[in-house]
Design a protein around this ligand. Structure first.
Ligand SMILES: Cc1cc2nc3c(=O)[nH]c(=O)nc-3n(C[C@H](O)[C@H](O)[C@H](O)COP(=O)(O)OP(=O)(O)OC[C@H]3O[C@@H](n4cnc5c(N)ncnc54)[C@H](O)[C@@H]3O)c2cc1C
Length: 456
């Protein structure tokens, strides 16, 4: 059985890794760009600052993935305690917001607590994400954090989003616990599976995938962009004319683009692909001269005083993310802004707006703003696959059709399931589809995303 894999991101590499483990040698990866890692790749800018494509934090649900990462990195990594905060009303509130509302000024705190106390009804009756947050969090928390933050990240009207993707992705509320935190002045920081995370010493997050790809390098064909698929002939064509036949095609290209590349597809398939919604991202990497004493890892910014929704103290992840590893002399902030047709952003002014946003939100002062050592802009056309109300219907139309032609679309934008769109899920989607095809096992992550959020 000849496997062709499109894309050398975490999913494609996961598939290849598993083919190797099972001793199946008849496979090749074809990757459009000149490097591996996809959205989880990293780059070095002209001033020797390393950047990821947005804040990438490993929070794995799978021992199998952990072992692959450990093999790839050896002892070349740092381990960090997760520390994330929210900037709101000119103060820092520890994440998750709802458990730490005691940090708010009195008026806002009262609104949050009253909103929780007057909650009635059950989230089962809600029909979209916006309604769901009202029922679950109450008006204060929705007003100060949930609504503005989610509007900024997703860049689409929240009424168009489903609630089906929510499990551990959004921390829920426990009124008794919140009230105890307020009365006893407790910090409540320990939500979620990602308390400790690993980060490569050198080369950013991308070093993980460079390491995984290393032993299979001769079977990874870089700078090969797939431009057409003939589902009947089972062939793929690449931009410079090469044609490859396959028995099985595993693709990690965005699913809507994949459908548009199939030579002939029924109208119902191309129509369904139009219901898949994504947003795009602008990552602004800013390197500064100076030392920054701030142990926070990443920070959320729901307010309109800054364009970004999240900023990472990237020099904290590895000192080698700044030139010569010299954090006495440099620090680096990675700032993420979403754009979409509903939320346009200006690419020619985003760097300046980001700098001003850092000043407005108290991250840096005017003096630091003038000590800029590097600026680096990354444009990501496909950033988040949005879980819209029409998504599952579209996927239920497209995926069985493709599979009936031996095409398996997996990964962050291949499967288009945000709830299993992180690096660990993506890598395991690649592993599991190969297991299914060669051994008949179940594809747990792809088929049952909510259960995959709790496995290890
Ligand atoms: C802003 C942002 C923040 C994130 N933060 C985190 C985080 O904190 N933790 C976490 O675990 N994950 C995070 N992720 C998710 C992580 O990046 C993805 O899980 C992972 O990269 C998905 O892997 P993939 O292989 O499915 O897709 P991709 O990484 O998109 O890789 C797909 C590959 O296919 C190639 N390709 C596409 N079309 C073609 C074609 N026609 N021909 C040839 N090659 C093609 C692309 O060039 C790419 O290399 C984040 C993602 C973003 C955008």
């Amino acid at each position: 059985m000849k496997f062709i894999i499109i894309g050398a991101g975490p999913t494609g590499l996961g598939a290849a890794y598993q083919l190797n483990k099972l001793g199946h040698t008849n496979w090749q990866i074809f990757e459009r760009s000149d490097h591996v890692g996809g959205l989880a790749a990293s780059s070095l800018d002209d001033n020797n600052f390393t950047w990821d494509i947005g804040g990438h934090v490993l929070f794995s649900h799978y021992d199998y993935f952990d072992k692959a990462v450990a093999e790839a990195l050896g002892d070349q990594y740092f381990e960090h305690q997760r520390e994330s905060w929210i900037r709101i009303l000119q103060r820092w509130v520890p994440y998750p917001f709802q458990n730490n509302v005691r940090y708010l000024p009195d008026d806002a705190l009262r609104e949050c607590v009253f909103g929780l106390r007057e909650l009635s009804g059950t989230s089962n009756t809600t029909s979209n994400f916006r309604e769901w947050m009202d029922i679950v969090f109450g008006r204060g928390i929705v007003k100060y954090f949930m609504e503005p933050y989610n509007r900024k990240v997703w860049g689409v009207p929240l009424e168009t989003m489903s609630k089906s993707w929510i499990a551990e992705r959004v921390s829920l509320v426990d009124l008794a616990r919140i009230e105890r935190n307020i009365t006893e002045e407790l910090d409540d920081l320990s939500w979620g599976p990602n308390n400790v995370f690993t980060f490569p010493k050198y080369g950013g997050t991308g070093a993980i995938y460079e390491g995984i790809a290393k032993p299979m390098r001769e079977k990874i064909n870089l700078q090969h962009e797939m431009t057409e698929i003939d589902l009947d002939q089972k062939t793929v064509t690449f931009s410079h004319g090469l044609i490859e036949r396959y028995d099985v095609l595993i693709t990690t290209s965005p699913l809507d683009l994949l459908v548009s590349k199939c030579r002939v597809v029924p109208e119902r398939i191309s129509d369904a692909a139009k219901d898949l919604v994504h947003n795009s991202g602008l990552i602004v990497g800013l390197g500064f001269e100076g030392r920054r004493d701030d142990s926070k890892c990443w920070m959320y910014f729901p307010e309109s005083s800054a364009p970004f929704y999240r900023v990472t103290n990237f020099h904290n992840y590895s000192r080698f993310n700044v030139p010569a590893g010299d954090t006495e002399r440099y620090f680096s902030l990675m700032c993420e802004t979403t754009y979409s047709s509903c939320k346009p952003e200006n690419k020619s002014t985003i760097v300046e707006e980001t700098l001003q946003g850092l000043v407005n939100s108290g991250m840096i002062d005017e003096d630091q703003k003038n000590r800029l050592a590097s600026r680096h802009l990354i444009d990501i056309p496909y950033s988040y696959p949005v879980p819209t109300l029409g998504r599952d219907r579209a996927l239920a139309t497209i995926q069985p059709f493709l599979e009936s032609h031996s095409v398996y679309s997996r990964g962050r934008f291949g499967a288009w399931k945000y709830e299993v769109g992180n690096m660990d899920h993506s890598f395991m989607q690649g592993v599991e589809v190969v297991e299914r095809l060669l051994k008949g096992t179940e594809e747990r992550t792809f088929e049952d995303p909510l259960s995959a959020q709790s496995v290890r």
